[in-house]
Design a protein around this ligand. Structure first.
Ligand SMILES: *[C@@H]1O[C@H](CO)[C@@H](O)[C@H](O)[C@H]1NC(C)=O
Ligand SMILES: *[C@@H]1O[C@H](CO)[C@@H](O)[C@H](O)[C@H]1NC(C)=O
Length: 272
């Protein structure tokens, strides 16, 4: 009886822990802009691989199509596109069977001569971010002009620009150009506030930690319970009775010491 209820509780708790799983989508190479004919690998990274996430996308021509259904080739929890075309531009995300979704990633594939390599995930406030302006054929370190929301920020002779200690005001639509080569498409760079995600992340971490501790404790308790039940079963029928009965019949005039000894003997027998 006790065993089954403990096991039921154990099962319920582990179920609760599993439902907090979240997938996150990552892309390699990590760039929101890519050239045509390049290849890319997108992965749904999750805590528990048994939940079955699928990669989906919206493009200008299709909605919610799944990896493998006309585009990409799925390989485990990854999806590879080996030969990109501009029709692969769009928003990508992972979706579970239950409809839970991951973060989304915007990918722009260009047939043009220049791309801006910018972070695919939101940049954390206070961090540095480096943008690269690249041509398809090396050398790709030409002097480049960097633009935010349509106006020139500065020209960098090396073709890359670092923004130090990013804050919310750096959020915007960025592009670059290389003189004599051309201009890149635009990409949105978003900045996430520092305190919010870190507290929710640490809360999530604490929650999972508590969950694991509870599961471990229940497992430990049920193991101890089962071991003690197992140990009691064969001896339990006669041992406590006969040993407790002896002092009562043997001597009623107060052999306290002996009685205590028997009690400790019984307890030791019970618990180890
Ligand atoms: C994909 O397209 C559908 C239909 O237009 C829309 O409801 C959905 O929000 C889009 N998903 C994303 C992540 O943009
Ligand atoms: C992705 O692109 C859509 C439309 O092009 C835009 O509304 C959205 O803000 C972009 N999201 C990110 C994370 O860049």
């Amino acid at each position: 009886m006790e065993e089954t209820s403990v096991l039921r509780l154990l099962f319920l708790t582990s179920l609760l822990c599993c439902t907090t799983n979240q997938a996150s989508l990552t892309v390699s190479p990590s760039s929101s802009q890519l050239f045509e004919e390049e290849s890319v690998s997108l992965s749904c990274e999750e805590d528990d691989s048994s939940t079955g996430w699928t990669l989906r996308r919206n493009t200008t021509r299709e909605t919610r199509t799944q990896c493998g259904a006309g585009w990409g080739r799925s390989a485990g929890s990854s999806c590879n596109i080996n030969y990109l075309t501009q029709w692969d531009s769009g928003v990508y995300w992972c979706e579970s069977r239950e409809g839970a979704t991951s973060n989304t990633i915007n990918i722009t594939v260009t047939g043009g001569p220049v791309i801006l390599q910018s972070p695919v995930l939101p940049v954390m406030e206070g961090h540095d971010v480096t943008l690269h302006c690249k041509t398809e054929t090396p050398p790709s370190n030409f002097p480049a002009g960097f633009y935010k929301d349509g106006s020139l920020i500065r020209t960098e002779p090396t073709g890359h620009m670092t923004i130090h200690h990013v804050n919310k005001s750096d959020e915007g639509l960025y592009k670059c150009d290389i003189s004599g080569r051309g201009e890149s498409p635009s990409s949105w760079i978003s900045v996430t506030g520092k305190p919010k995600p870190s507290t929710s992340a640490s809360l999530h971490f604490v929650f999972r930690l508590v969950c694991h501790l509870v599961v471990f404790c229940l497992f430990f308790i049920s193991t101890v319970l089962m071991v003690s039940l197992y140990r009691r079963r064969p001896k339990g029928n006669y041992l406590p009775v006969s040993m407790v009965m002896t002092p009562l019949t043997q001597a009623e005039e107060g052999l306290d010491d002996d009685y205590d000894d028997v009690i400790t003997a019984v307890t030791t027998e019970h618990y180890f």
